[in-house]
Design a protein around this ligand. Sequence first.
Ligand code: NAD
Ligand code: DAU
Length: 343
Amino acid sequence: MRNIMVTGGAGFIGSAFVRHMVKTYPHYNIITFDKLTYAGNLENLLTVKDAPNHSFAQGDIADREAVGATIEAHQIDTIVNFAAETHVDRSILDPDAFLRTNVFGVYVLLEQARSAGVGRFLHVSTDEVYGDVSEGYSVESDPFLPNSPYAAAKASGELMVRSYHVTYGMDTVVTRGSNTYGVYQYPEKLIPLFITEALEDRPLPVYGDGMQIRDWLYVDDHARGVDVVLHHGASGEAYNLAGEELRYNIDIVRQLLALLGKPESLIRYVPDRPGHDRRYAMDASKARALGWKRQHTLETGLPLTVEWYQNNAWWWRKIKTGEYLEYFKQQYAARLASARDQV
Ligand code: NAD
Ligand code: DAU
């Protein structure tokens, strides 16, 4: 392993992984390949901009020529694929880009990797492929029951990866991460959206009754988990990267407000997300057996995150303009108009 192409490396988790790899492995060359969609941001990579072992190429994983040229130019021997459309609500408004990137894009990447003789291919997947888990904890051999267009597209992409291992003998590994939070997360997801809205004393749109359960994982722990699986995962296997910190959404929201010193009167209950999964929960024993151990809990990770958004308004204020405001209006205007203060 020497020349590692990290697709989607300008996004939230991908950039944390790139920052981690550049610092931890000076003898690897890290090549970030990213389309720079609305969610991609080169400011996430400012700290590695001048690092001698990092370079950036702009491109689309669904574009054969761009992928092939980057593999060839950098003699890529390893691919780590974070590139995806990632927001469930956007997938409900318009699934098109989700199919293109999360399914067709993954296929193009696999095919280009195969024809160029790339070695290890790590694909970053999600706990959402298991669907709603009303009780217990998902293990890697559980069936896929995805419920949103986002989750279905991620499941399809992952199945393509599996097929390339079984059919062509490609050296693939898969990670399935749980809900990730932390610094540089695009402010459309629950935690950064609510922190940045609360900082401006704006209402916080909680979907349904707020009693959905998510399992929270700090972003640097997710990045380290991908590193561990990349180096030690068995070929053809998938690994759950679970925070193992299950919380009701409403409890996370209350905790954020307490950290920010803002009143609970900002909470609004709005019409639910269609097809909304009530609970995700995974068992992380298999990844732990490889040596992965998370370093943060919500008790340490949430204050770090709140503080970062308080101190880095320059980063998120620029994002909350233009296309973002259009999306926000489409997603929330009607919901907030019919909001209630109580369930
Ligand atoms: P993100 O939305 O912050 O970033 C996605 C990145 O991919 C952006 O930089 C974007 O420009 C890039 N991208 C999108 N389409 C592309 C394309 N066609 N070609 C090249 N680049 C493209 O996403 P994230 O939250 O960092 O998620 C990264 C990965 O982790 C995704 O595969 C996601 O499914 C998975 N995941 C996310 C979470 C989470 O809670 N955020 C949890 C588990 C798994
Ligand atoms: O579980 C892993 C997944 O986590 C990743 O695969 C996805 O890429 C990532 O976006 C995330 O999906 P979720 O849908 O769980 O995350 P989101 O931050 O959008 O929502 C978290 C919970 O909060 C969910 O139950 C919906 C709820 N929510 C979200 C928003 C944006 C609200 O109540 N109000 C909101 O405005």
